[in-house]
Design a protein around this ligand. Structure first.
Ligand SMILES: [Zn+2]
Length: 370
């Protein structure tokens, strides 16, 4: 969907620092005007809460146990006739609040506000199309809760300590790391089909790190090489984007389903505050299924042995592309563009090739073992 109805809106960012040891930080926010979404980077462990108020229509995002830096307690981005302004402030002692206020003649359907968690520290609040007030029924003054995904501050205990479900186990309690066991589809006559999903693209550059390094550029280089390595081994590979294009998350998932992919591997680079170059390392994510976990584990293991990436664990998270895919899926955060060691690794063509070779080898390990 092209959001041409949205006129330019100044994007601004703030950097915040903890005032006390327990408070988490909102380290970055930006209103992405072409995509009509609010992008946040927070410390881990924050669970944004969102609701909707009318008269005037506004989407409110509260960040509990979060403090803004002194002197930057209030910050406003001026908007357009559709979106009047975006502001951030300290709502009370422990809560930072962000407000996206629409123009007085406009509203939106709160059911279509989507909050996506890309990692425990990265959030997108995607707005639906803004509608003229007289076109829809007034949702009233009552606050309406918006469904928010859990921020996965997931267990990262050693995988050997994880309880693995037995074959054919039935869905267990919701607290289980494996609520469902997804059986692998039978091997196709034409061989295995792997969907490689290079994160971001086009106007969505992803994370921006040291020296202006863009996530979309790094992951494109790595993803292309993963695809090439796999094709050499006779694996059929389909990329969810074929160049520097912006593709939403849903089409990535539906493409994998349409082509009958047996596996889905999403490739990303991580980010945290620019003031933390000391944070580096590999995180590999799965959601729900034991097969997803096995795939994540196979890739993670090869990356640790094939590169000098620091081990930040195989983790469970509710990321869209691994939650909505119907085949075993994993999302690999191949290092931090904001990390001194990882950014240096990403800058080296030879090191990017090593990352790609390790991911490809991990995928092959998984295919051979299934
Ligand atoms: Zn990413």
């Amino acid at each position: 969907m092209k959001l041409s109805w949205l006129l330019p809106l100044t994007a601004i960012s703030i950097l915040g620092f903890c005032e006390s040891s327990w408070a988490a930080r909102l380290t970055y926010w930006k209103f992405n005007k072409p995509l009509s979404r609010l992008e946040l980077i927070t410390d881990e462990g924050i669970q944004p809460e969102a609701h909707f108020l009318s008269n005037p229509s506004r989407v409110i995002i509260d960040l509990p146990d979060t403090k803004l830096i002194k002197g930057k307690r209030k910050k406003t981005a001026r908007g357009t006739k559709f979106i009047r302004e975006v502001r951030v402030g300290q709502f009370d002692r422990n809560t930072a609040r962000m407000v996206i206020e629409l123009g007085s003649q406009y509203t939106l359907n709160p059911d279509n506000v989507e909050i996506r968690s890309f990692s425990p520290t990265r959030w997108f609040i995607q707005l639906p199309k803004v509608l003229p007030l007289d076109k829809i029924a007034d949702p009233g003054r009552e606050p309406i809760a918006i469904d928010v995904p859990e921020a996965e501050s997931s267990p990262s205990f050693p995988p050997s300590e994880r309880p693995m479900p037995s074959e054919g186990s039935t869905p267990s309690s919701p607290s289980s790391p494996f609520p469902t066991a997804t059986p692998l589809p039978p091997v196709k006559a034409g061989g295995v089909v792997v969907a490689i999903d290079p994160g971001h693209g086009g106007a969505d550059v992803g994370a921006v790190g040291i020296g202006g390094m863009q996530e979309k550029v790094v992951v494109w280089s790595v993803s292309q090489q993963v695809a090439e390595q796999l094709r050499r081994k006779g694996v059929r590979v389909v990329m969810t984007r074929s160049g520097d294009q912006e593709i939403d998350l849903e089409p990535r998932v539906s493409m994998a389903r349409r082509i009958g992919a047996d596996l889905f591997v999403s490739i990303h680079a991580n980010a945290i505050s620019m003031s933390r170059p000391d944070i580096n390392g590999l995180e590999t994510y799965y959601y729900g299924s034991s097969e997803g976990y096995r795939l994540a584990r196979a890739i993670h293991k090869r990356l640790l042995s094939g590169t000098s990436l620091k081990d930040r664990g195989v983790r469970q998270a509710r990321f869209y592309v691994i939650r909505r895919t119907s085949m075993p899926a994993t999302l690999v955060e191949t290092g931090f563009v904001t990390g001194a060691q990882d950014a240096a690794r990403f800058r080296s063509a030879a090191q990017r090739t090593k990352i790609a070779e390790a991911i490809a080898q991990g995928i092959l390990d998984y295919i051979q073992r299934r």
